[in-house]
Design a binder for this molecule. Structure first.
Ligand code: GUN
Length: 177
């Protein structure tokens, strides 16, 4: 008897396989990740801006996977972060600059339809994202320089972020836990 595999089942199986094969773990912002690169070299604390405490590796890179069942909650890091799309569905990514300017981007491979396979999120911008398709996922890589440390990462509460940007209350409600 032929087994019919729906797209939904195919994606759900694939998500589990990707998490297992790439060794991804839950990320505090939502989604799953694994660090794939950390340069051996260091930048001394003296050469970094005042936002950094201590030395940092030159650069780091992670795999990051979001599914329709979770989202990447609003957070910020000190570094510019470069997102590279690998496979899956479009990611809707929102950024809010330090002075409250909101921008919406679509990360994906459909270049002729306003999607960006590579997206740069400037350091200290708040950002959050989700998959627009139901029962789906996206696998990306995120590269930063100087290298990532959790001390560079801020995950605000809904209340804290809404106090900073009351004009974006609904957006913040949709992308905080
Ligand atoms: N390593 C652990 N978490 C992160 C993150 O959110 N971004 C980047 N670039 N690296 C990480």
């Amino acid at each position: 008897m032929a087994t019919s595999l729906t797209l939904e089942n195919f994606n759900m199986n694939r998500i589990q396989e990707i998490i297992k094969i790439l060794g991804l773990l839950p990320h505090p912002e939502g989604g799953y990740y694994k660090e794939t690169y950390r340069s051996k070299g260091y930048i001394d604390a003296d050469s970094l801006g005042k936002n950094y405490e201590g030395k940092r590796n030159y650069s780091t890179c992670i795999y990051f996977l979001i599914t329709s069942e979770n989202f990447s909650a609003f957070h910020k890091i000190n570094q510019d972060e470069i997102w590279h799309f690998h496979e899956g569905s479009t990611i809707e990514l929102h950024t809010i600059s330090e002075d409250g300017i909101h921008q919406k981007h679509f990360i994906g491979n459909d270049i002729l339809n306003n999607e960006e396979p590579q997206l740069i999120v400037p350091g200290n911008h708040w950002f959050a994202g989700k998959i627009t398709e139901p029962n789906s996922y996206a696998l990306v890589s995120c590269t930063v320089a100087p290298g990532f440390e959790f001390k560079d990462f801020t995950l605000p509460s809904r209340k804290e972020l809404t106090t900073l940007f009351p004009q974006h209350k609904t957006l913040i409600q949709n992308f905080t836990n």
